[in-house]
Ligand binder design. Structure first.
Ligand SMILES: [Zn+2]
Ligand SMILES: [Zn+2]
Length: 353
């Protein structure tokens, strides 16, 4: 069975990612689907490793946050800890949303190689998986949004080879964290071949565990230097490391669980993506999911003046000083063309009610 052929991308140029640029190009209609690898890989030895990483990713920051909150009630919390948490949140969210999402996964803008690598490192510190896997899974999400081949749809999933429709609670759970434990493993060499080919990015991907540890050790080191005590190092590790990680995780994961279930819709995207104003601020713009699925290669996810998109502002700031270029944005005519008509909008809202 060829899933790519069964579920052709409506709004995402799959060919840009799955066709080997160095191989002799075949015309699209004659490109042999049989030579393409499957979208997920069967690897029984990798599965337990993935599960162990997923459990650690879900539980360790949560436990750290509970300890930090308990200590804060008992002993208060210092400005240094709050600053490290907030600063780490900004850097690692930009690493995810600017570096891994808009620059690497969608190529929505161009920037210097140094900036690409730097933000790939910041994104890796968020502990949401190695960049190769993050980019591949995200492209798979766009290519197969809200079908059984989507890694984290809150509506449907594939479990033990069977299609399973998901109700409200189970759907939100699956899209938020559950998919990490049950989803098949995305084929990275298919979806993220370009990242894999870049030696520096591949190195960042390979060093994932070390970078995550460095992201935890750095605030501890700052705490040790500033306070001069091991206790200071520990509280800074908690706030700048685990609490920061917990907040970034649940913001990113909410985009998958909430923004494909609740919110406003403007565009015809062929999936269940939605826009959420309140989540757009902490997610640095990612919560404009309906806009994003309509125009995945746009560096701007907020398309109207009041659709706050901090990452787009960051892209513009880099562009204004010459550090980014080709910052892509759909033309007003294209935006207008893809808007849902009033009857389409009504039927879509009725269907999701
Ligand atoms: Zn989405
Ligand atoms: Zn995307």
């Amino acid at each position: 069975m060829n899933s790519l052929q069964e579920h052709p991308a409506q709004n995402f140029d799959v060919e840009a990612y799955v066709v080997d640029e160095e191989a002799v190009r075949l015309p699209r209609d004659t490109a042999a689907d049989t030579v393409r690898p499957p979208i997920t890989v069967e690897n029984p030895t990798l599965r337990p490793v993935q599960n162990a990483i997923a459990m650690a990713t879900i539980w360790i920051p949560l436990l750290g946050t509970i300890v930090a909150a308990g200590l804060a009630l008992y002993r208060g919390v210092g400005w240094l800890e709050i600053g490290l948490c907030a600063g780490g949140f900004v850097l690692t969210t930009l690493g995810i949303e600017f570096g891994m999402h808009r620059v690497l996964a969608h190529r929505a803008l161009e920037t210097h190689r140094f900036i690409k690598v730097l933000f790939a490192i910041f994104g890796s510190m968020a502990a949401e998986g190695r960049i190769l896997y993050w980019v591949a899974s995200h492209r798979r999400h766009h290519t197969h949004s809200d079908t059984v081949y989507d890694p984290h749809s809150p509506h449907v999933r594939k479990l033990n080879g069977e299609e399973q429709k998901l109700g409200l609670v189970r759907g939100i759970w699956h899209a938020h964290v559950g998919h990490m434990l049950t989803d098949e493993i995305t084929n990275c060499t298919l979806f993220a071949r370009d990242v894999n080919r870049d030696p520096a990015l591949r190195r960042v991907s390979e060093l994932y565990e070390l970078i995550v540890i460095a992201g935890l050790a750095l605030p501890a080191l700052i705490g040790l230097i500033v306070y001069g005590t091991l206790w200071g190092a520990f509280t800074c590790f908690l706030w700048g490391g685990l609490v920061r990680m917990f907040l970034v995780h649940h913001t990113t994961w909410s985009v998958a669980s909430i923004c494909h279930r609740f919110g406003g819709v403007r565009f015809n995207t062929g999936d269940r993506s939605r826009n959420n104003f309140w989540l757009a601020i902490p997610s640095f713009g990612s919560a404009w999911q309906n806009n994003h699925h309509a125009f995945p290669s746009s560096a701007h996810l907020g398309l109207r003046w009041w659709e706050i998109d901090l990452t787009a502002l960051f892209c513009q700031a880099l562009s204004s000083v010459g550090l980014a270029w080709n910052v892509r944005r759909p033309a007003p005519a294209r935006i207008k063309k893809q808007l849902l008509s009033a009857p389409e909008l009504a039927s879509k809202l009725n269907a999701s009610a």
